[in-house]
Design a protein. Structure first.
Length: 388
């Protein structure tokens, strides 16, 4: 249904430009019963006739509609069988160790649909494995490689599109170090088979790297996205904190013995390493306390609140001035009793962005945030009457 030609056809039908649709076979229009049913509804609505040159049926009779459904069922069956054959072919080819296309891994080029070692890239991959096997410091390795201008794979697709590599980061190196293609293995759906490509990493080095990766996973602190802690830890400023270089700070979590610590960590520190940024992490409790004070101050600033109240009363004549003022006062009074999600909603209504520097921070306040917050806080009169 998303084919450009079919969309153009439907558009022409709806504008009344078409009386009859002629196809060679019905499966040229659709091989899905559900999709064809939608098309028939469009045809009937706009009085459009449908004709198949090589198949004789009349959709105005019950027998004709039955014939049409049978033909469509076989067309859908043929499509599904063709898909199964393609998947089986890919599976069989992978089991024989063949390369089945896509972006080649760093260290290999594609020649005659096979992976062939790239001498220059092989040296880089071997260096990455060798250094991590000896000193498993991902941050140091990333920092050094980026300083030398090492990038991910640059290659040209079958269609001739140039894909330019980007400076490596931790995520890219983890993919390399976990990719069994470098020891001559073809991986498919979690299973390993002997690959056609020659190995460029020795087995002992591979095993040492995997052991170091396993140790790192065991000792890794809890970061954003871990389900066992995110539900317990409120993230008041998630998505609002940025470094002076424009990098976002994401919530992080760690635990030492029985104590649980929250912080906001610079994404560059995660992807590249601590040396890549001036400010690596911020204690969550401290920065949230500062922003909370600033939010309360702005809620109590006479000039700001007066302007917001005037704007609300102008846009919403049903809201009285005293109601708008009371709405702002109530937020400050019950702040400590609000749920984390409610506090976060208030902060996001008032603030667009917070930029953190070594010398301090800058808050970019939302121009209409105060007015929007008042409007959301004041309860409509209809609701009050119903409650009464």
């Amino acid at each position: 249904m998303e084919r450009p030609g079919l969309k153009q056809l439907i558009k022409a039908i709806k504008t009344g430009a078409i009386d009859t649709i002629v196809v060679y076979k019905i499966d040229r229009l659709s091989r899905s019963l559900a999709d064809f049913a939608k098309l028939v509804e469009v045809f009937d609505e706009h009085k459009v006739t449908f004709v198949s040159v090589t198949q004789s049926f009349n959709t105005t009779t019950s027998m004709g509609r039955l014939t049409l459904n049978i033909l469509l069922s076989f067309a859908q069956f043929e499509r599904e069988v063709s898909g199964e054959r393609v998947r089986d072919k890919i599976s069989a080819s992978r089991k024989r160790g063949m390369w089945m296309g896509g972006m080649p891994p760093l260290g290999y080029d594609i020649v005659s649909r096979k992976l062939v070692p790239n001498p220059q890239e092989v040296k880089i991959v071997q260096e990455i494995f060798r250094r991590f096997s000896l000193v498993p410091s991902m941050a140091t390795l990333v920092h050094d490689l980026r300083a030398r201008g090492v990038t991910s794979k640059s290659w040209v697709t079958i269609k001739g599109i140039q894909r330019t590599g980007k400076l490596v980061d931790k995520g890219f190196l983890y993919k390399i170090l976990n990719n069994p293609v470098y020891v001559g293995i073809a991986s498919y759906k979690g299973k390993h088979y002997t690959g056609e490509q020659p190995a460029i990493i020795d087995q002992p080095v591979w095993e040492k790297v995997q052991a170091n990766l396993a140790k790192g996973r065991a000792n890794r602190p809890l970061h954003a996205g871990r389900a066992d802690r995110t539900s317990q830890a409120p993230c008041l400023l998630k998505g609002l904190l940025y470094s002076n270089e424009g990098r976002c700070f994401t919530p992080g979590y760690t635990r030492k013995k029985d104590k649980f610590y929250r912080y906001y960590i610079n994404t560059d520190a995660i992807k590249i390493g601590p040396k890549s940024c001036e400010i690596q992490r911020l204690p969550a409790g401290d920065i949230e306390a500062v922003i909370t004070v600033k939010v309360k101050e702005i809620l109590q600033t006479p000039e700001v609140t007066a302007a917001a109240v005037r704007e609300v009363c102008r846009l919403r004549p049903d809201i009285e001035e005293y109601e708008a003022i009371n709405a702002l006062r109530s937020i400050d009074e019950i702040w400590n009793e609000l749920f984390p999600a409610e506090r976060s909603h208030i902060v996001r209504s008032l603030i667009n962005r917070i930029t953190v520097r070594t010398t301090g921070l800058t808050i970019d306040w939302a121009s209409d945030g105060m007015a929007a917050l008042i409007t959301q806080t004041v309860r409509p009169k209809d609701d009050l009457q119903e409650a009464a």
